[in-house]
Design a binder for this molecule. Structure first.
Ligand code: ADP
Length: 331
């Protein structure tokens, strides 16, 4: 770990922990790890409920080792989460920083997605130290190859798709299954490969030439294929419309299934529990070591941390190697 010694007067004595934006399974493991690492180091921890909304309303709870008992296996977030429009106005982050200072919070640990990172950066500009942890099922935090909740969401979606596949196979249907991911196609790509889909539509690569899909379905039908699974990313959307058009054009009974929020809940997988724990602990460890305004990441197989502003400026594409592989397997 690259550590730099903090000056005595800058020592972090009290941290605030919050979860923000969309909830993700494993957030609780990160909260638990941050709280226990901090308490073990003699720090005080204030849990902030409902993300930045709770921060602006001073909705705090003092947290101890016991406050985070029996939560590692639970989905969602015990701290609740929210979207907070007030943070988008210039006075929001300024007020948040003022409230931190007023309550003796020396540093904030923010667990959330891209938007939450931006909020954290804005608060840091008003002099409050922040560390951000990537928590989102969508994997769309550019600075990290892993985000908390992605693995659980993938496995939930994969199982749901298997079930739809069984019924589609029995009825010899075409199925369009829409998975979450906001503007990113990571969940769709992974599930497309894991579920052996015939088509994977992701916003990063889809050309919106629906006729090409229709032609390929007709071709496969001619070759005797009875089952057609199309995994469609939320960022492409319009699954119901697509189903109607494909049915009309191919004569194949076509159904759309939008998996929706089922993908956000549930007990986190082992990977999400362990990685979230590592990230939560690291966030506090680097604060103890004197780090300022950092983003925790998992990059090239290692846990690390980088400057928060740099993290936000980064862009992420789909995994091109996986995409290329999927092109060979979707036939
Ligand atoms: P996620 O963190 O999952 O990407 P959002 O994009 O909804 O979720 O962001 C969560 C919250 O972060 C927002 O409700 C808002 O309070 C704050 N936020 C998002 N973008 C900004 C920004 N540019 N400046 C300040 N705060 C922001």
């Amino acid at each position: 770990m690259g550590l730099f010694k903090a000056k005595k007067e800058e020592e972090v004595r009290t941290i605030g922990v919050l979860t923000s934006g969309g909830d993700a399974p494993g957030m609780n493991a990160a909260v638990r790890a941050a709280v226990r690492t901090a308490v073990h180091a003699g720090m005080k921890v204030k849990g902030i409920r409902r993300g930045y909304s709770g921060l602006l309303e001073e909705d705090f709870i003092d947290m101890t080792t016991r406050s985070v008992s029996d939560i590692i296996q639970k989905g969602g977030t015990i701290l609740y989460t929210a979207r907070c429009p007030e943070m988008l106005r210039p006075e929001g982050p300024e007020k948040a920083a003022y409230i931190c200072r007023k309550n003796g919070i020396d540093a904030l640990v923010v667990i959330g997605g891209d938007g939450s990172y931006r909020g954290a950066l804005e608060i840091s500009k008003h002099g409050v130290n922040v560390v951000a942890i990537p928590g989102t099922i969508d994997l769309d935090v550019a600075s990290s190859d892993y985000t908390i909740g992605f693995d659980t969401a993938l496995n939930t979606a994969m199982e749901a798709i298997d079930r739809v596949r069984d019924t589609s196979a029995s009825h010899e249907r075409c199925s369009i299954i829409e998975v979450m991911g906001r503007k990113a196609g990571h969940i769709a790509l992974w599930c497309g490969i894991a579920n052996g889909a015939e088509e994977i539509l992701i916003p990063e690569r889809y050309d919106y030439e629906e006729q090409n899909i229709i032609d390929r379905i007709a071709e496969r039908k001619k070759l005797g294929k009875k089952l057609h699974i199309i995994i469609n990313a939320e960022g492409v959307g319009d699954s119901n419309g697509m189903a109607k058009r494909i049915e009309a054009a191919t004569g194949l009974e076509t159904r759309a299934t939008i998996i929706g929020y089922i993908q956000r809940g549930g007990s986190p997988t082992c990977r999400d529990r362990v990685f979230a724990s590592a990230m939560g602990a690291r966030a506090v460890d680097i604060l103890i070591a004197g780090a300022e305004n950092r983003a925790i990441c998992f990059r090239k197989g290692e846990f690390t941390d980088i400057d928060l502003a740099e993290a936000i400026a980064m862009k992420k594409d789909i995994d091109t190697e996986l995409w290329d592989i999927s092109r060979k397997l979707c036939r």
